[in-house]
Design a protein around this ligand. Structure first.
Ligand code: SAM
Length: 191
């Protein structure tokens, strides 16, 4: 079942008001691994940016960054940490993402399939997409997670047929650590 904007915002505001939120304040390893694909200047969109760990990294790299999230607390914390961030509190399901606009789009740990073609169109030629989120494998550990919010095997590889794939993998992160996660990870370019 999908949650309303308000229910989803309440869920994430509660999550971000807990102490254990530091993983959201760091850039994700797959973004760091693919940093060599990023342009040195331009405009980036961080979809569902959370507390801005990834957005902060893109800003440091010299990009202008629009970060969108529906958590008011997330947006407030991110903007306070990163004054240069263009932080937008909005539900991406109802947010206009213009075509041919972004040099970089990142999407970490958020899955809204209706955005796939919108992301592909929103990149400028030469633009880079970096996308990572959990797969259905995750249900072997967390059967409570709705399959709707998890990628099927191979799904991400097929999700952006107009883009050229630079890097793709599926597998476990932190398998023996405290927060193991089954993920699919993609970096792709609009030629
Ligand atoms: C798991 S967190 C990931 C945050 C960040 N991308 C990261 O990697 O740390 C998921 C984020 O998606 C946001 N979110 C969920 N549904 C959303 C929607 N419909 N529109 C915008 N943001 C949404 C939540 O508020 C939360 O900040």
């Amino acid at each position: 079942m999908t949650r309303s904007t308000q229910e989803e915002a309440q869920h994430w505001n509660a999550r971000y008001s807990q102490e254990a939120r530091s993983s959201f304040e760091e850039p994700r390893p797959f973004l760091l691994e693919n940093a060599h694909h990023l342009p040195v200047r331009g405009l980036a969109l961080d979809a569902a940016m959370g507390l801005g760990g990834n957005a902060g990294f893109l800003l440091q790299r010299g990009l202008h960054v629009v970060g969108v999230d529906l958590s008011s607390l997330g947006v407030r914390v991110a903007k306070a940490r990163l004054p240069a961030l263009m932080a937008v509190e909005a539900d991406l399901r109802h947010f206009h993402i213009p075509a041919d606009t972004f040099d970089v789009i990142i999407n970490f740990f958020y899955l809204e399939r209706s955005l796939f073609p919108i992301f592909a169109r929103a990149l400028r030629p030469g633009g880079i997409l970096i996308f990572e989120t959990m797969t259905v494998e995750m249900r072997s550990l967390r059967p409570d997670i709705e399959p709707l919010f998890l990628l099927e095997p191979g799904e991400l590889r097929q999700a952006f047929p107009s883009l050229e794939i630079l890097s793709y993998r599926e597998g476990w992160q932190n398998r023996s650590g405290p927060h193991p996660r089954a993920v699919a990870s993609l970096a792709a370019i609009r030629l």
